[in-house]
Write a protein that binds this ligand. Structure first.
Ligand code: ZN
Ligand code: ZN
Length: 291
């Protein structure tokens, strides 16, 4: 395996003090998802829908390896989010964090008995804190604190994760059928976000997908369209929101320019925001955000 190094210059937020939080999309879209969130000696990824060898390559773009991973947070069992997680646990002993229903739904193909020792079941509500790569009491000193909320999507018990460091909050909001009240409330607390901008509504409608799949994607348990993502930002971004990554773009029903245009249009109504908008990619890492 040749490791193709894709070293990026880091994107820093202007004029703000840094808390040492790194947030980076390693890959985003229906071919596989993984997002890096790291601080101190804790390195987490949200979702692992890519193989360990591909993950190794994506991490190398950020100067990291699988050995650096403290754990994988799984949002739901769909293979583009969880497909590589079992192999990562079995081969490299990386701990996996997910809720009971996700574990049950992923059992068989993605998860097997041999990765059971590496699985950690999250309660419906709660928080998890990490220090030096290990789970610690959330009330004490930590590198990162993780929270989660349920999201509307056609999986067993899908969640969105928010990772916090010294009051700076980064969330991965992909695979959400619509902006639920909980998502809107969460959005108002964020500094950094990877937000799904899955499809252009007209492209989806007129595109090649079978009717049933089109309905699934457009439904309240499917994926956010460009316009829905843009409206969520326009109506619920707080002034603290400093960086937005457009994620989970469909290769068939979307184009980066369409997603960016919808967001730019919505942001014209929010001149109060000092917000950097970045793309993510279906076949490579995106530059890391440093907060
Ligand atoms: Zn999904
Ligand atoms: Zn997905």
């Amino acid at each position: 395996v040749s490791l193709q190094l894709e070293l990026f210059s880091k994107v820093r937020s202007r004029g703000r003090t840094s808390v040492g939080l790194t947030f980076a999309s390693l890959q985003s879209g229906s071919e596989g998802n993984a997002t890096l969130v790291a601080a101190g000696k804790t390195t987490l990824i949200v979702d692992c829908g890519i193989s360990p060898s591909r993950l190794e390559k994506r991490l190398a773009a950020h100067g990291r390896t699988i050995a650096d991973l403290s754990g994988v947070l799984l949002t739901h069992e769909h293979s583009d989010h969880a497909g590589g997680a079992g192999a990562l646990a079995r081969r490299f002993g990386v701990p996996l964090y997910m809720n009971e229903a996700t574990a049950r739904a992923a059992s068989g193909r993605i998860l097997r008995d041999e990765d059971r020792p590496f699985r950690h079941i999250l309660p419906r509500d709660g928080a998890l804190a990490f220090r030096d790569g290990k789970v610690v009491d959330a009330s004490g000193a930590h590198d990162l604190r993780v929270e989660w909320i349920p999201v509307p999507h056609d999986a067993a018990d899908p969640v969105a994760f928010v990772v916090e460091r010294q009051g700076i909050r980064a969330a991965v909001l992909t695979d959400i059928g619509h902006a639920s009240p909980a998502i809107k409330a969460l959005f108002e607390t964020l500094d950094l976000v990877l937000l799904e901008s899955n499809h252009d509504r007209e492209r989806l409608r007129d595109g090649p997908y079978p009717r049933s799949l089109k309905q699934r994607i457009a439904s309240r348990l499917g994926h956010l369209s460009n316009v829905e993502a843009a409206r969520l930002v326009r109506d619920h971004a707080a002034p603290r929101l400093r960086a937005l990554l457009l994620g989970h773009l469909s290769g068939t029903n979307n184009a980066p320019a369409l997603a960016e245009e919808a967001m730019r249009h919505a942001l014209a109504k929010r001149r109060d925001l000092d917000l950097a908008v970045h793309l993510t990619y279906r076949d490579r890492s995106a530059p890391a955000l440093e907060a």
